[in-house]
Design a protein around this ligand. Structure first.
Ligand code: KG4
Ligand code: ZN
Length: 348
């Protein structure tokens, strides 16, 4: 019952924050994983009035949405089924952490119940490891080791990935995550939530050179810091009350992009990486993708970009990481709980 079938078709479930997501990924092909369906139901409308994610509302919304989202993911993958018959799924994977505990519990409970009913293994996946697998979904030919710049709402990490499951942390933010900085600055400018896409939209009409904002720790090491930049934006706006949101957003975005690109390139050089990869919600940012693309091209370093949909939270990356985990580390126990503070498993 807990043995993996030979197939590789996994139902993935993701509910760690404010996206309710389910996906079916087929990892059986030699050419790499195939996304059969990926359904993401955003809770933006639920949280927008509060300017950020309200944990209690998030878990309630997951409860209401998850059944429908799972059913749609199965149907779109051509795996519609009628109980008590089970769909042709080889395993069910769900994010167990890190994330909001109430939200995680909804997905973990549903995934375990489905695995039990369908008599297939349950796999509890680390959300951060899921993000690292996202780029691999679109590229089955990556050169190892990869320097992965993982930039999300809660994390900013430079990871030297020697292969699936082999992660060395070579740099990280000392304070705010890059996504958190986008969200806080957007909130300060009254641009709404989620902040990243709002800043990107506003910045498109602005001058990135309008304000001289700091690039913290640009010349030193592989760690990063964003809290000073956020404060500098606040001071710049107070000193220039007539400044346009577009100019402030563009200047802020440029400062973040400059630092991220410089750190990624230094990380690649220092770790001897054969390629560079972006992951996490901030990786959806077009100016970041373009700047890193231009810099990597100049250095002749291959850049593996996940599609924008695979950068932000989704369940396809959880299903892909889940199949790898099942076949290399084995299934998870059905009494496994949510782990809100889970860390990326690292090698020395
Ligand atoms: O990976 P993700 O969807 O969730 C977490 O695991 O945190 O990342 C969400 C973060 C948020 O801070 C959001 O503002 C940011 O990613 N983000 C962006 C963009 N799209 C999402 N930041 C900059 N530009 C974007 N286009
Ligand atoms: Zn995420």
């Amino acid at each position: 019952m807990t043995e993996a079938r030979s197939g590789g078709v996994v139902l993935g479930v993701e509910t760690s924050c404010d996206e309710t997501a389910a996906a079916v990924v087929d990892s059986s092909a030699a050419s790499g994983a195939h996304i059969c369906s990926s359904v993401v139901s955003s809770q933006v409308d639920v949280h927008a009035a509060f300017g950020g994610v309200v944990p209690e509302l998030a878990s309630r919304a997951h409860l209401e949405l998850l059944d429908v989202v799972v059913r749609r993911a199965l149907e779109e993958a051509g795996l519609g089924f009628r109980a008590p018959q089970a769909p042709a799924i080889d395993a069910v994977a769900a994010t167990v952490g890190p994330g909001l505990v109430g939200s995680l519990l909804v997905g973990v409970s549903e995934a375990k119940a489905l695995a039990l009913a369908w008599e297939v293994p349950f796999v509890g996946v680390n959300h951060l490891e899921g993000h690292l697998f996202a780029a691999l979904l679109d590229h089955d030919d990556v050169a190892w080791p990869l320097l992965v710049l993982l930039v999300s709402g809660g994390h900013t990490m430079l990871v030297c990935m020697q292969g699936p499951g082999l992660y060395r942390l070579i740099g990280q933010t000392l304070d705010d995550a890059a996504g958190e900085a986008f969200d806080k600055v957007a909130r300060f400018l009254g641009l709404g939530y989620p902040g990243g896409p709002a800043i990107e939209r506003a910045a498109a009409a602005g001058d990135p050179g309008a304000f001289a904002l700091p690039r913290a720790m640009l010349g030193e090491g592989l760690d990063l810091s964003f809290s000073g930049l956020k404060t500098a934006v606040v001071h710049a706006v107070r000193r220039n009350p007539d400044a346009s949101n577009a100019d402030v957003a563009a200047s802020f975005q440029q400062a973040v992009v400059d630092v991220l690109v410089a750190k990624a390139l230094r990380g690649a050089r220092e770790s001897g990486a054969a390629g560079v990869c972006l992951a996490g919600g901030v990786a959806a940012n077009r100016p970041l993708r373009e700047s890193l693309g231009a810099a990597c091209e100049q250095l002749g370093l291959p850049l593996y970009l996940p599609s924008r949909a695979m950068c932000t939270d989704n369940a396809a990356m959880i299903a892909a990481a889940g199949w790898w985990q099942l076949t290399h580390r084995g299934p998870s126990r059905l009494d496994a709980g949510a782990e809100p503070n889970l860390r990326l498993p690292l090698i020395a």
